[in-house]
Design a protein. Structure first.
Length: 372
């Protein structure tokens, strides 16, 4: 029998359960948190609250499943150093661009110069699109993206330009406007658009996306520069949290992947294809391709326990380990026990999912564990 609404709300932490009205999208995606869309990230306001509540004295924070870098960004904003680890190359690129301390004048010079050169592009590409790029982008869009790509290595801030390129590529694909997250095949003709409530056509150009996102990136990095603490830096580790060498930290705030849910490499396939990034999807804990069979869940438990055991080695005694996860299978008591961590408290929050076509009720567990 499903719990009554009264019982459900009695068990929720309402201070961490924001409504759309309380926490609109513009706040959830403040400054660099919107440099590139990323499914499955937790909102920065949640990380702010968890740092204040459970790691008030921590000077260095570790996130072994760092994803798009929310924990790192909010640690820097709150005056802490941070380390983020992720197996996905694109995630590490995105974290680096979000957390780097920039010479803002030099960054703006690079961005405006590459846009000037893009404006003079006549559509004759330096190379012909092939494979994924040819299939998923209209000819002119592909040429503009490949031209932009040919320029980025000439600039000091090439990493930021790569993120601009991939954000534009995500929007410029031959797909329906309402299904940018999980397009299954190229959309080549007109279609009824659930987003705009009218007949639409696939995108033919990429130049306007490149320009829009370039200028937006510049604004957002400027905004973050005004609020981040001086002298605090983030360390990005591209590796497997199960066995990579980790620096010491005072505590952890993290949101591990859910078993069999999102393939983060496939989600950003356009980035891997355009940038030639190292694809390590077979090493992902809870890889979507593995599904949710008994064997896949057992492998998820093994891998996640190994990761937290590795993390616990670099933490002091009684260090807080804060985990945000939808643990509907109740896997984390055994995961944390095997990692040598003991659960101190556990509570639920309601997740705001009233956006796009993925509306509905969703809940997350916040698990606070301690090292021995």
């Amino acid at each position: 029998m499903a719990p009554t609404q009264e019982a459900l709300y009695r068990d929720l932490d309402l201070d961490l359960s924001w409504s759309e009205r309380d926490l609109p999208e513009r706040e959830r995606t403040k400054h660099v948190h919107r440099l590139h869309p990323y499914l499955g990230k937790f909102v920065p306001q949640l990380v702010e609250a968890l740092l204040t509540r459970h790691l008030p004295r921590a000077r260095t924070v570790l996130d072994p499943f760092a994803g798009s870098g929310t924990t790192l960004v909010q640690s820097l904003e709150s005056g802490r150093r941070a380390t983020g680890v992720d197996i996905a190359a694109f995630n590490c690129l995105l974290m680096d661009v979000k957390t780097r301390a920039y010479n803002l004048f030099a960054l703006e010079r690079d961005i405006r110069d590459v846009l000037r050169r893009l404006e003079g592009f006549d559509g004759n590409g330096l190379e012909r699109p092939a494979g994924y790029v040819k299939a998923w982008f209209a000819p002119r869009a592909a040429a503009e993206l490949l031209f932009f790509r040919s320029l980025v290595d000439e600039y000091e801030h090439s990493a930021a330009l790569r993120v601009i390129l991939t954000r534009a590529a995500r929007s410029a694909r031959r797909t329906t406007h309402f299904d940018l997250d999980f397009p299954k095949e190229p959309q080549r003709g007109e279609y009824w658009c659930h987003k705009h409530r009218r007949t639409c056509r696939p995108v033919e150009r990429a130049e306007h996306f490149l320009r829009r996102y370039a200028l937006d990136t510049l604004v957002r990095i400027h905004e973050f520069a005004r609020v981040r603490a001086r002298g605090k830096e983030a360390t990005i580790v591209h590796g497997d949290s199960r066995d990579v060498e980790l620096p010491s930290a005072d505590g952890v705030v993290t949101s591990p992947p859910y078993p069999g849910l999102i393939d983060y490499h496939e989600q950003h396939r356009y980035a891997y294809e355009l940038l030639g990034l190292d694809d390590r999807r077979q090493l992902e804990v809870g890889a979507a391709a593995a599904g949710t069979s008994v064997a896949a869940i057992a492998a998820y438990v093994d891998g996640t326990a190994e990761a937290f055991a590795n993390v616990s080695r670099v933490l002091p005694r009684q260090a807080p380990v804060v985990i945000v996860v939808n643990d509907r299978r109740d896997l984390y008591p055994q995961i944390l026990e095997r990692a040598g961590l003991s659960i101190e408290t556990r509570y639920q929050r309601h997740v705001n999912r009233r956006t796009g076509r993925r509306a509905g009720e969703f809940y997350e567990d916040v698990i606070v564990a301690r090292t021995g």
